[in-house]
Write a protein that binds this ligand. Structure first.
Ligand code: SIN
Length: 523
């Protein structure tokens, strides 16, 4: 069924909502449609704890933030982009504050600036440890004030319609009615977030299945640096906890990592100890676990800070851990590293424009050159914010030349209700295990080749059987997961060095010249 809008935004995290607000404000006579495949709050933004890195006081400087970002990125950041992006952040943060985000303040009224790994200064604006939730709520409230923004929940993108590197819109499954729409738009903007669900253990919510990256790849956009999948060092280890991040800000406030005998170990790995860049902390934990055979290490804030400080600064983590009978004011927290952030993505400019005309990508699904081979903590929400602003400006300046071009409705193939949904679940599980076991924190050539063989089999099955199943969200996500997994594996195989978060023990040296990995169809 045909559906038309002026601007189609896919995803409702910080990037998608900010863009919608900016377009709606400047273009009151144009329609903006936001689609989101689950409830609007279900996105990576909502679960972000730490905060937003921003040069805010005189002890800090843009130069320091830039240098910290470049150091973390290990030679692969685009310095010009880093400069443009980071110098724009304070302006954008002021806007966010005006839209109602009340960042945590000290008793003297100044903002409480948090510290995280890899940062040489305290510069992280946050709302306790629930930053993402408060940012998302403020943006939703603001979006709801515009009559020209329409939000469709439970609408799941299937495929972009593009011809000769020009995008016309998106085939979308409305899960409420099972109708597949061909949505035509002047511009389609993917703000679909990350891909953590590719791994068995992740801090990401279930929606993070790499949909935007997979759809853009199928539309012939370039994808870069996907081997750089960042693992967060501290995710709660508990049989019933699915993906509970323990914020890095806790280490910023003095929490110490220990093995289960209670022995500290970070000084063996880096002079910055617990505040080393997170790839180093994750690898240190991985090495300790491999050596000891234990399932987890401990993060101890209880012995370092007063009860009231812990409860006041980390109310979210305190409450959630208490739900699992862990009182973080009294005992250390069992933690393991888990997949957290996709540093690569669709090659995009700082305004979201891609090599495919009328297709824009912003936020975690894009690769702009800010993060390079490893993202600096709390540099992600700010990227979404700045790129959404720039994307709005770009679209506004070019809108007169843009047209809605209709395209053909979806052809259903042999879509019949599946009696074998279990196959999809099993394939999901298999992809995630393969990635966890063979494409994790420490890689080898042999493991990567094994992963490639196995993913090829799954992709082949999906290609052969895809159209025999009724098109449902699980199947759409499975195809996207497997596609992104393959892109990560192919990128990792092609990088014959260790750099940033890509660590391959068969190629431990870092090459003198840093080059991005760019993948184009087919692979
Ligand atoms: C955290 O709170 O540790 C996450 C911050 C980030 O990933 O930027």
């Amino acid at each position: 069924m045909n559906y038309k809008t002026d601007f189609l935004i896919v995803g409702a995290g910080i990037s998608g909502l900010t863009l919608a607000i900016k377009l709606a404000e400047k273009l009151p006579n144009e329609n903006i449609l936001i689609i989101t495949k689950e409830e609007i709050r279900e996105c990576n933004t909502y679960y972000a704890q730490g905060g937003m890195a921003c040069v805010w006081n005189e002890e800090d400087s843009f130069e320091k933030h830039i240098q910290d970002t470049l150091t973390a990125g290990d030679g692969l950041c685009d310095e010009e982009i880093v400069r443009k992006m980071l110098t724009n952040v304070p302006e954008r943060m002021k806007e966010l504050i005006n839209w109602g985000v009340n960042f945590t303040k000290n008793d003297d009224g100044s903002y409480d600036l948090g510290r995280e790994g890899g940062h040489s200064e305290r510069r992280v604006l946050h709302v306790n440890d629930l930053t993402g939730r408060y940012v998302e709520e403020a943006l939703i409230k603001k979006v709801q004030t515009y009559r020209n923004i329409e939000i469709k929940e439970n609408w799941c993108g299937i495929n972009l319609y593009s011809r000769d590197l020009k995008c016309y819109g998106l085939y979308t499954l409305d899960q409420n009615s099972d109708i597949i729409y061909n949505i035509s738009a002047k511009a389609t903007i993917l703000a679909t977030g990350g891909a953590g669900k590719i791994y068995l253990y992740t801090t990401n919510p279930d929606v993070a299945s790499g949909d935007g990256i997979a759809m853009a790849y199928r539309a012939n956009a370039k994808i870069a640096n996907m081997e750089f999948f960042q693992f967060h060092p501290t995710c709660l280890y508990h049989p019933y906890a699915k993906s509970l991040l323990i914020t890095e800000a806790m280490r910023g406030e003095g929490a110490i990592l220990k093995d289960i005998q209670g022995k500290k170990f970070m000084e063996k790995y880096h002079p910055m100890k617990e505040l080393a860049p997170r790839d180093i902390v994750s690898r240190a934990i991985d090495a300790e676990l491999k050596k000891s055979g234990d399932d987890y290490v401990l993060l101890d804030i209880a012995s370092q800070r007063e009860n009231h400080f812990i409860k006041e600064h980390f109310p979210g983590v305190y409450e959630k851990c208490l739900g699992f009978n862990i009182d973080i004011t009294q005992q250390p927290i069992p933690v393991v590293p888990a997949a957290h952030y996709c540093c690569g993505g669709v090659v995009a400019n700082i305004d979201g424009s891609t090599q495919v005309k009328n297709l824009y990508v912003i936020g975690e699904s894009s690769c702009t050159g800010l993060h390079g081979a490893n993202r600096l903590a709390s540099n992600s929400l700010i990227e979404g914010l700045v790129c959404a602003h720039n994307c709005a400006q770009k679209i506004i300046s070019e809108k007169d030349a843009m047209k809605i071009l209709e395209f053909k409705p979806w052809e259903p193939g042999n879509a019949i209700p599946s009696t074998e949904a279990v196959v999809i679940t099993q394939n999901w599980e298999e992809v995630r295990r393969i990635m966890q076991n063979y494409v994790g924190i420490v890689r080898t050539d042999r493991r990567l080749q094994r992963a490639k063989k196995r993913i090829n089999l799954i992709l082949d099955e999906i290609d052969r059987y895809y159209w025999d199943f009724k098109i449902e969200k699980d199947l759409i996500e499975l195809r996207n997961l497997a596609t992104v997994a393959k892109i990560i594996i192919v990128s990792a195989i092609s990088r014959k060095e260790s750099r940033g978060i890509h660590y391959n023990i068969d190629h431990l040296k870092t090459a003198k010249i840093a080059r991005p990995t760019v993948i184009e169809r087919p692979w």
